[in-house]
Design a protein around this ligand. Sequence first.
Ligand SMILES: Nc1ncnc2c1ncn2[C@@H]1O[C@H](COP(=O)(O)OP(=O)(O)OP(=O)(O)O)[C@@H](O)[C@H]1O
Ligand code: SF4
Ligand SMILES: [Mg+2]
Length: 348
Amino acid sequence: MAARHVPVPEAPAPVLEVRNLTVHLRAARGVVRAVAGVSLRVAPGEVVGIIGESGCGKSTLLSAIMGLLPPGGRVAAGEVRLAGWDLLRLPERQLRSIRGREVAMIFQDPLTALNPFYPVGWQIEEAMRVHGLWPRRAERRRRVLELMAWVGIPDPARRYHAYPHELSGGMQQRVMIAAALANHPRVLLADEPTTALDATVQAQILDLLERINREQRTAIVLVSHDLRLAGQFCHRIAVMYAGQVVEEGPALQVIESPRHPYTQALLRSLPPLEGERRAALEPIPGSPPDLAAPPPGCPFHPRCPLATDLCRQAAPTLRWAGAVAGAGRTGHRAACHHLPDPAEEAIS
Ligand SMILES: Nc1ncnc2c1ncn2[C@@H]1O[C@H](COP(=O)(O)OP(=O)(O)OP(=O)(O)O)[C@@H](O)[C@H]1O
Ligand code: SF4
Ligand SMILES: [Mg+2]
């Protein structure tokens, strides 16, 4: 898969826009602020990666966009706009008609998303039927078989009748992708779609997602733990920590010039690349905070080697972190009190 060295040109109107979203989940230990003031813009045809360790709020963010929060979850503040719809304020009936048609989601574990009691082809067809875009059955069936072939399922006419457990993990994931694509959504949300798969199948699924993005101009939001993989696959990256976006920008810039100490630590925690000076991976000490009781100030301060009293007292907000490019900025931002001044850097 080729690296995406060229960011999508200056953003057209976003197809998906999340503004200042805050999500609370009820847990036995109290209210969990799983998403805290997240903003995100995704342009048509753009691939945006959401990266962070376990428990940083990535899945909750996607579930909130889909309007599928778990019981006890609620959006405490913010907006989600999809192609002009104000999703959080739509009546459930209208939201149901948009979900699956305009925005669809693929999950880490296809077996939890697919119904074990129905043939996979039928499940893809059902995703089409509920939205009524292909009312004639014969036409729907033909389209299902085409779609199955397009996502790389061999012998679709036979596989149509297979049950999920009769397929390999990679094939199950392809079925879920076909079901998500059934109605040509503008936006595809992919929550760690390859984590459960071996490396070869992982690469094949990522190639498929890249093809969907390239050939159908579907905007993709990809959740992953792997910053380096996201650097290859995505146009832009948002790094999440403790429910917040702590760094965002063009993928290549975030990978090659990470500004936030958390992003830098995430990169050091990956196996070194050939020719890199460090000898081994350096795990990040400690773990992300309990979001029912996050620390005051910068949420990363208990693990940050650069933390000062200011960090322990005041929460930093996102500010420009990239070099000044021509008349404008490059769109690279980070939330840290001790960022070098990009303007000074550009001059020196
Ligand atoms: N149903 C739930 N009820 C209460 N708290 C929850 C629930 N689901 C998740 N949480 C909490 O919300 C926070 C964010 O969880 P979330 O699953 O969104 O993180 P994540 O970044 O997707 O993690 P992972 O990489 O492990 O999938 C965590 O503190 C988690 O414990
Ligand atoms: S604000 Fe302080 S604690 Fe937080 S990342 Fe920056 S230097 Fe570290
Ligand atoms: Mg998750």
